[in-house]
Design a protein around this ligand. Structure first.
Ligand code: CAO
Length: 432
């Protein structure tokens, strides 16, 4: 019978790490059964079995670093080898190979497959849980293998995970202060980490929360950007009194089939027109070269429970406000549910980070390299503005543009931001 090799094709652009392995060698699996899961800085994926068969080899374990070509599992199957996945939704790829020796499964293996020991670990117990429960465990930093499942075949349900975490918290609360931080006889990596938190706990109780790979990657990237790019942040404001009136009218007219218009699609529209007018901001800084883009793809920051994600709307300058609103809504939903594909996250020329729905007067956004600028948007407020004769109530939208001073001169940055302000004050100018 042929062996198929399973890899994680989603990780073409950047490496990832294995977040769970749910099968063991000798285990019978059905088509599409989840063999494990993995994540990289962009996506979190389940790795399904492409065909029913017997797991012959498990070549990975939790926390392993993997690339798109790392073989994770070998499954012996009697089904036809499945074709390469046509869509980007599939997270795994398969390659059929003829085994040098294709042993028939021993009856014992078939009878008791799930109890096979993990190579190198006598205590391994495959854990059954849905991807959503695994994701919650990952976010909470809980080891799902330690959770006792109450579902069919000891499947771990969300309530089991909650009970498990409650028990740990109750134990921690009743333990003497700093009990877990006492130095022990032998120093393991975990104990060394505990020792490092000792300094934090000197003045009160602390909670140690491990970072997900997404957060670790984001932390590394913002550190690199903030410490290697000479940022300048220019502050400004747009008078959006008329725009907001128009937006509210459009939303009042909209029938159920139409998408709700928030400010963001209008901001994207204005940014696209401004990027067309100032090509040096629609660029990548590449060492000794500035690469000017002839297309306008704009990323927007999305706040998700897993951390910050920046999906990219393509060809923003070609889309209507309604199309932009639809694209923003779809990409936001995908980001929140961690369904973004690698291509949803690539190719941005510029980024918009809107914190307007949350609040704040201004902030200094960090550039998303190799882009050269990012626009921060804060919460609008009604202000008294002098029109030359009297004060008028005007709705003002605070804008913060950070740009890479190696690529963009101060005057160009200020003109660009002023232009965005003018466009938002009167979007008819975007048609000029
Ligand atoms: N001032 C006041 N209200 C604003 C506003 C602003 N600047 N921007 C949006 N709002 C309003 C919207 O109009 C909407 O109100 P109504 O329901 O009355 O129309 C409400 O706030 C909620 O908007 P929203 O957040 O659902 O939609 P959005 O299109 O404005 O934003 C998104 C979408 C994905 C950008 C947002 O949900 C989000 O995740 N923001 C956080 C981004 C972030 O974390 N940035 C920091 C990154 S670090 O640089």
């Amino acid at each position: 019978m042929p062996l198929i090799e399973i890899t994680c094709s989603e990780f073409k652009e950047s490496e990832g790490s294995v977040t769970s392995v749910t099968v063991a060698p000798g285990q019978l699996v059905s088509r599409d059964q989840v063999l494990g899961s993995a994540e990289n800085d962009k996506v979190s994926v389940d790795i399904p079995a492409p065909a029913a068969g017997i797991v012959r080899e498990v070549l990975t374990k939790t926390a392993d670093t993997i690339g798109a070509h790392t073989v994770l599992f070998r499954i012996e199957t009697s089904e036809d080898a499945p074709p390469q996945p046509a869509t980007e939704q599939k997270s795994s790829t398969v390659q059929t190979i003829e085994p040098a020796v294709a042993p028939e499964p021993a009856p014992a293996e078939l009878a008791e497959p799930a109890q096979s020991a993990w190579p190198g670990s006598a205590s391994f117990r495959p854990t059954h849980a849905s991807p959503s429960v695994r994701r919650i465990a990952l976010e909470w930093g809980a080891d799902i293998a330690r959770v006792r499942g109450s579902g069919p075949h000891q499947r771990v349900l969300e309530r089991d995970l909650k009970d498990h975490v409650r028990t740990i918290l109750a134990r921690a609360a009743s333990a003497p202060a700093n009990a877990s931080l006492q130095p022990s006889r032998t120093t393991t990596a975990a104990e060394a980490r505990d020792a490092a938190t000792e300094a934090d706990s000197e003045f009160g109780p602390v909670e140690v929360r491990p970072l997900s790979l997404l957060r670790k990657t984001a932390a590394r990237r913002v550190t690199e950007s903030a410490s290697t790019i000479p940022h300048v942040t220019q502050f400004g404001a747009a008078d959006i009194t008329e725009l907001e009136r128009w937006r509210l009218e459009l939303n009042a007219e909209a029938n159920a089939a139409q998408v709700k218009l928030t400010l963001l699609p209008f901001i994207l529209n204005a940014c696209a027109a401004a990027l067309r007018a100032f090509p040096e901001l629609n660029a990548s800084f590449r060492g000794d070269k500035l690469v000017l883009k002839r297309f306008v793809h704009i990323g927007f920051a999305v706040d998700t429970p897993h951390g910050l994600l920046v999906p990219v709307v393509r060809d923003v300058d070609q889309l209507s406000i309604t199309e932009l609103a639809r694209a923003v809504r779809e990409l936001t939903q995908k980001a929140v549910h961690r369904k973004l594909t690698t291509s949803d996250l690539r190719g941005g020329c510029f980024t918009v980070s809107s914190l307007g729905s949350i609040g704040g007067r201004a902030f200094t956004p960090i550039i998303n390299p190799p882009e050269v600028a990012i626009l921060g948007v804060s919460r609008h407020s009604m202000e008294a503005r002098w029109d030359g004769e009297r004060f008028q109530p005007r709705l003002m939208l605070p804008l913060s543009l950070s740009y890479d001073h190696r690529a963009v001169d101060g005057a160009a940055g200020a003109r660009f931001l002023a232009h965005i302000g003018e466009l938002l004050s009167d979007l008819r100018r975007a048609l000029l």
